[in-house]
Design a binder for this molecule. Structure first.
Ligand code: ADP
Ligand code: MG
Length: 229
């Protein structure tokens, strides 16, 4: 279980997260949904260890890891795929993929298995980061995170701006990654993609989790979103 308890995050004097209680169980898929500026990326970074908490704590399998820095969280099995993907432009796709393998112990996810998951990446292995399409960059960012063999994979708007056929490939991949054992936190601006994958849904608005529920209650949450905004 990866968890935030009573987490407050500030940017200067502006409070971005208010008393966030959020938990993702081992092996589950949780969706975090909210409009632009709601605090989704901040919450994901806070979970990954890339964002300091002013108040509150962070827990991994019952251990308080509030002050464990990002790179050590990564070695403990927490991987964040940020919204901007952070592909190294001057490296090839394969060089980008190989970056984490020197730092992490081996596990299920190998270069070959990542290429099996995203055959398009195998075709583009010698292409420079900048020459990849948006969809290929997203696959690359996910593949690179997988090579750290995470137990918790945090995905920040992985389907944003992608063509429907690519979105479908990403959805299939997320399902497969989860089937291989990683828990997933999926951030999106609406329910369209998450409703195909997640069991738990959380709405975030103005830095607060304002609604949580299961797949059976999505319609209720959707109308709440429409009324609220
Ligand atoms: N680095 C930053 N410095 C100052 N304010 C920030 C920074 N990052 C985000 N914010 C602000 O915090 C709030 C939440 O942002 P963010 O977590 O990026 O939301 P979302 O991912 O839901 O769009 C917004 O008001 C945003 O302007
Ligand atoms: Mg964001």
């Amino acid at each position: 279980m990866l968890e935030l308890r009573g987490a407050d995050v500030f940017y200067g004097k502006a409070q971005a997260l208010h008393e966030i209680n959020f938990a993702i169980a081992k092996g589950g898929i949780a969706a975090l949904i909210g409009r632009n500026g709601a605090g989704k990326s901040t919450l994901l970074r806070a979970l990954a260890g890339g964002q300091a908490l002013l108040h509150g704590t962070r827990w991994l399998d019952g251990e308080n890891i509030t002050s464990l820095p990002l790179h050590l969280c990564s070695r403990r099995g927490i991987a964040l795929v940020p919204e901007n993907r952070q592909i190294f432009p001057s490296l090839t796709a394969e060089e980008n993929l190989r970056l984490p393998t020197t730092l992490h112990p081996p596990g299920y996810w190998t270069l070959q298995r990542v290429y099996g998951l995203f055959p398009r990446l195998a075709e583009r292995r010698a292409t420079n980061g900048t020459s990849l399409s948006g969809g290929e960059q997203q696959m690359l960012a996910i593949g690179r995170a997988l090579l750290t063999n995470p137990r918790y994979l945090l995905l920040d708007e992985p389907t944003e701006g992608l063509a429907p056929v690519v979105v479908d490939a990403i959805i299939r991949a997320i399902g497969e990654i989860n089937a291989q054992g990683a828990a997933i936190v999926l951030v999106e601006q609406n329910f369209k993609v998450p409703r195909q994958l997640a069991q738990a849904f959380h709405l975030i608005d103005s830095g607060r989790i304002v609604w949580s529920g299961g797949a059976d209650a999505i319609d209720q949450a959707q109308s709440r979103m429409m009324i609220g905004h």
